[in-house]
Design a protein around this ligand. Structure first.
Ligand code: SAM
Length: 227
């Protein structure tokens, strides 16, 4: 099921997240030393304004969607893993939690003012098709934020390799559903670097695209405006 290329069939990805759901939040906190909370806050601050209709795609257990709601958004969280969504539902009964596929979003064109995706687009079978679908549901001038693991350059690179390619997969071996963490390094390797993602976002119809590196440059936050 796990391929070195980091590409998995959608059913395999869904099954993997269904199994990892019980330990997902704990693993997030451990893997990021608790920094993921501040990254999520920065993400929603960058694109959400009070009263915005916000889609958090690939919402998982819901932390980014809940952060968007705290920022004043009217939030829909979408994910195709029912086990992840079950946990998300426990965190807010005002977010509209929707089971669905990012590649075939069950929303009308231009339905949202802002879209966020946290650690999600890396898992989607076609990144280009995913970006097209996210653009479709944004209104013109709507804002997209993508928070994603990236490959650091410079002195942090060896540390990154040790952590993501050795320690995290090892944790994955002892945890239920842990193959998600064996697959993680390969999925990061195949994902475009930060500058390449800027180019791709331009190609897929976003302007004013910029990014900032977080967590010592292991995470990138990309922002773009729908043309
Ligand atoms: C690594 S988790 C991220 C969860 C959450 N956004 C966060 O920041 O912690 C990736 C999530 O993307 C979901 N996912 C992957 N591909 C998807 C797709 N095509 N449609 C909907 N959800 C998808 C998985 O079910 C999983 O919950």
């Amino acid at each position: 099921m796990t391929h070195e290329s980091g590409t998995l069939q959608p059913d395999a990805v869904r099954g993997m997240f269904d199994r990892i759901a019980p330990v997902y939040d704990l693993m997030n906190r451990v893997m990021t030393a608790g920094l993921d909370r501040s990254w999520r806050r920065l993400t929603v601050e960058a694109v959400v304004q009070p009263g915005d209709r916000v889609l958090d795609a690939c919402c998982g257990t819901g932390d980014l969607a809940v952060a968007a709601e705290r920022e004043g958004g009217i939030v829909t969280g979408l994910d195709f893993s029912s086990a992840m969504l079950e946990r998300a539902r426990r965190k807010s009964d005002t977010v509209d939690w929707v089971e669905g596929d990012l590649l075939a979003l069950p929303f009308e064109d231009g339905a949202f003012d802002a879209v966020t995706v946290g650690f999600g687009v890396r898992n989607v079978a076609s990144l280009e098709a995913g970006l097209r679908e996210l653009r479709r549901v944004l209104r013109p001038g709507g804002r997209l934020a993508i928070l994603e693991i990236t490959r650091p350059r410079g002195f942090l690179r060896p540390f990154f390799s040790l952590w993501f390619e050795r320690v995290v997969p090892l944790l994955g071996k002892v945890l239920p559903g842990g193959e998600a963490y064996t697959y993680l390094p390969a999925s990061v390797r195949r994902f475009p670097g930060a500058e390449d993602l800027v180019r791709l976002l331009h190609r897929e119809g976003f302007e004013q695209v910029r990014f900032r590196l977080l967590g010592g440059s292991i995470v990138a936050l990309h922002i773009g405006v729908r043309t």
